[in-house]
Every structure is written in C-alpha cells, then in structure tokens.
Write a protein that binds this ligand. Structure first.
Ligand SMILES: *Cc1c(COP(=O)(O)O)cnc(C)c1O
Length: 498
C-alpha cells in the first residue's frame, strides 16, 4: 500500500539544496551580476556552449549537488543584464523588490484567470490598472497584463475592430467586410505589421506614415492618407502612435494625432512600450501630453521601469470593452453562481485562458519605491543620457544620428582614426557601417560591455550604435567609461579590417 508522502520542502536534502541555491543566486547572479569588475557576458558560440552546458537528460535522477552545478553554469554563461555596462536593448537593471515579487508569483504558482484561484493577485492587477489608468488620464480605464508589448498592440487592433464592426465581425469574421487599414509612423514598431498578419487584415494594409526630422509622425500626412483610403472604400481602423520609438526614441505629438483620429473616428492607440516610463516623472510626462485623448495604451514596465521581463500592461479607456470583445464565458471556468462578485473573474478579458500574474512584481516594486522612487529612476536615466550625449558631442570621432534625442536611447556612429578626414562617399559610409559590428564583437569577446547596433534602412542610415540607458546603477563614470571603451576598441581598427 502506498504511504502518504510528505512535502519535498520538508526533506533535509531539499532544504539544504534550496538554501545553497539561494546563496548561489545571491552571490553569483545578483551581486556578481551587478559588479562593475565582473564580466557582462562570457561569450561562446552555440556549438561550444552546447558542450559546456551538459544539456543531455539521462534516465536516472541527478543529485542535488549536480543540480547546483547546473545552476552555477546557467548563471556563469548567461548575460548579466543587471550589470551597469549592459546597454543592449531594451531592458536592464534589477530591483530587489520586483525580483521577490516574481519569486512569490512562482512560489504560489497560480493563474490570474479567476478570483477563485488568485484572490490577492486579481486585486493587485485591478488596483495597478486603476493606478496606471490614472497616470495615463483615463478616469474609468481598465486593463490587463499581456505577454509582451507586441501582444498589447495586437489587442488594440482587435478591440478597435470589435468596436467598429461589433459582434458581426466576432461571429462571421472578415468575410464580406470592406477592407480595413491600420496606420503607424515609419518609425513605429513592427508589431503592428504582425497584428495585420495575425488578424487577417494583411500586412499590405498596414500603412507607414512619414515622419519629420525629429521622427514624429506628420499629422497632415496621416490625415491625407485616411481621407484617401476612405474615398477608396477602406475602413480606417486605428492609428498606432509611438511614445518612444524603439530605435531613435521619438515621441509622436499625441495631441496632433488625437485631432486627426477624432476627426475620422479612428481608434488611437499609443504604443508606449518603451517610453511609457515618462508618465512616472513630472518632469518628462509632457512628452506624452495628449495620451488621455486616445483609446488605449501599451506600456512595458520591464523596459524603462526595470521590472523583470515581462510586465506589459495594456490599458483601455472604455470600461467593459475588453470583456465584450474577448469574453466567451466558458462554463467550466466562469460559473456565474460563485459566492462572490464574479466581475472579479478577469480572465475572460484576454484571449488567453491561463495568464501569469505579472502584476505582482510591478506592484511590489512600485510599493517599495513609491511614486517618487519610480519617477527618480526615470529622471536619473535622462540625466545620464544627457551627460552621455554631451560627452559624444565633444569627443573626437563620435557623430550623433539625430541632433537631439527625446528618450534615453542615444544613437551614434563612431568614426575610427583610419576612416577620418576622408570624402564621405557611399563606399566610405559602407565602411562606417562595419565599425559598430566590429567593435561589438570585440566587446562580447572580452565581456566588457554590451551595446546594440542596427542600420535604419528607411532613413538610409548604415549600422550605428544605440545605447539604452536606464539601469539605476549607472552614473556619469559609467558614461565616461563607455566613451573610452568604444574609443579603445575602435582605435585599434585598421584599414585591413574593412
Ligand atoms: C519593445 C517594443 C515593443 C514590443 O514589446 P515586447 O514586449 O517586446 O513584445 C513594441 N513597441 C515598442 C515601441 C517597443 O520598444
């Protein structure tokens, strides 16, 4: 006969394992991972790393000592994104409180679809959504955490379509409907195109609108495009405004956008996945002035607010629309005869069934830091970014991609000595385009630093560096070090490298 098993968490060997594990994580992932003297990355090509990692799962159980060794290896070869010299896209920094929030979420391992199984977490998510709605300026707003900003943007298109076409679209689909069009600036995130791909609207019907020299959408061009499409029989569905574009950090003029959207009754969604953090700061929230005139917002707290990945809020102005647009009232899950107000069963507001309680880590951090602490971090990032930009302006060989930056991603080329003082022909620019990848490869090999780079083909820009500054540990000395590190690695390049 089977004997009843006691909890593994009472087993002395497991207890020892968990204690050793905690110490290991504290020492090597957290303290080691934020130590300026330690490497950001211990890079190996996939074929090498595969061998190092001993991935093969055997038929016999592994000992706890061996399991600790695996954990140690996982930590050693993972990138230390909390390190003050990790400037890759688009998250960095790590706060102890949000981290414990994540751990709590997993330790209690629940699912935020019903109040029944997640009473505390449902209340936390509802509270946070009210708080974020009020920061945005939606007095009756509500929302949910989504698995990523791309998903939030997709939800915005879905709700815009539902509001425009009603249950007809929900039940019979696109058949027989006029063609629809989605709009974004040519600086905006590619996820709107994915929404077109995924929702059957078609990527050809996602129309990019031209931007000005600061990367803001030209509102008159948007107006003209919508008029033209209306005349051709299309339904203009949504404009996805950008607050903090992923590459250049541009903010659309949301009031100008809102004027066009309200004129044509087009849903205005603001993609603030990256720049939404400015709403936490009295000094910088003006960058999103007019957001309250829109219909929905995507705001990733795992980016500018340093919460662990993922923490993507999708907030809607109109109460009840998430439920109407997504709710199917599955009988096995959302029974109406529960002993509490079942409007707290928030799971049907999503297209997901089960959903992680991402709100917990956000609430833990916000609670611990207060509004002031959350805002200070954003302001500190801007101070560092302003200082860094000044340093680039006065240092030989650096060239800014825009004359001014609105966000804390700063984009620049480095022209090494071997390419300076030459005529700037297309061939010369092609060589400049090789500089960032060459320097980054050296950085990764030495493990000193990580900074992203990319070309920007619509603007005909060859590869340039894009540094993302929002780790709260960063100070001016880190900014100085970044300038000197790029110089050090770049100045070692010779004509033969090109
Ligand atoms: C990062 C980003 C997204 C996508 O967010 P994910 O959480 O990575 O899906 C969308 N828009 C902008 C502007 C972004 O920077």
């Amino acid at each position: 006969m089977a004997t009843s098993r006691s909890s593994p968490f009472l087993d002395p060997e497991v207890i020892k394992y968990m204690e050793d594990f905690n110490q290991l994580v504290m020492k090597e992932a957290l303290q080691g991972g934020t130590d300026r003297k330690a490497k950001v990355i211990d890079f190996h090509i996939p074929q090498e790393l595969e061998k190092i990692m001993k991935l093969d799962i055997g038929s016999e159980p592994e000992t706890t000592d061996k399991m600790l060794e695996h954990c140690k290896r996982i930590i050693k070869y993972s990138v230390k994104t909390g390190h003050p010299h990790f400037y890759n896209q688009l998250y960095s920094g790590l706060e102890p409180y949000s981290l414990t929030g994540t751990w709590l979420t997993d330790a209690l391992n629940t699912n935020i679809h019903t109040y029944e199984v997640a009473p505390v977490f449902v209340l936390i998510e509802k509270y946070l959504m009210e708080k974020m709605s009020s920061k945005i300026g939606f007095p009756d707003g509500e929302g949910i955490f989504c698995p990523g900003g791309s998903f939030s943007n997709l939800m915005a298109v879905h709700l815009a379509r539902f509001r425009k076409c009603g249950p007809e679209i929900a039940n019979t689909g696109l058949w027989g409907m006029p063609k629809m069009r989605l709009y974004q600036s040519d600086e905006a995130h590619y996820s709107l195109k994915k929404a077109g791909l995924f929702l059957g609207i078609g990527m050809d019907n996602v129309i990019p609108i031209a931007t000005d020299d600061k990367g803001r959408v030209k509102a008159d061009a948007l107006d003209a495009q919508i008029q033209k499409d209306k005349a051709a029989g299309y339904i203009p569905l949504i404009y996805m405004a950008t607050s903090g574009s992923t590459v250049l950090g541009c903010f659309d003029d949301l009031n100008a956008v809102a004027d066009v959207c309200s004129k044509h009754k087009v849903w205005m969604h603001t993609d603030a996945a990256w720049g939404g953090g400015v709403l936490l700061s009295d000094k910088y929230k003006h960058l999103m002035s007019g957001v309250d005139r829109g219909d929905s917002v995507a705001w990733n707290l795992h980016k500018m607010a340093n919460v662990p990945v993922q923490a993507s809020a999708f907030v809607v102005k109109e109460t009840g629309l998430l439920q109407k647009g997504n709710g199917l009232n599955a009988e096995y899950l959302f029974q109406p005869d529960k002993p509490y107000d079942t409007s707290y069963d928030i799971g049907d507001r999503s297209v997901q069934c089960g959903r992680r309680a991402d709100a917990v880590k956000v609430w833990m951090q916000w609670k611990a830091l207060g509004d002031s602490g959350m805002g200070e971090r954003v302001e500190r990032a801007y101070e560092n970014a302003d200082y860094f930009t000044r340093r680039l302006r006065e240092s030989e060989g650096f060239r800014l991609v825009l004359s001014e930056f609105q966000c804390t991603n700063i984009c620049f080329w480095y022209i090494p000595p071997c390419l300076r003082g030459k005529e700037e022909t297309p061939e010369w620019w092609a060589k400049v385009g090789k500089v960032a990848p060459l320097i980054k490869a050296k950085m990764m090999k030495e493990g000193t630093m990580m900074i992203g780079y990319q070309p920007l083909t619509p603007k005909k820009f060859v590869n340039f560096f894009r540094i993302i500054i929002h780790n709260p540990l960063c100070d001016f000395s880190d900014m100085d070090l970044t300038v000197s590190e790029i110089k050090r690695l770049g100045d070692a390049l010779t004509a033969e490298d090109f």
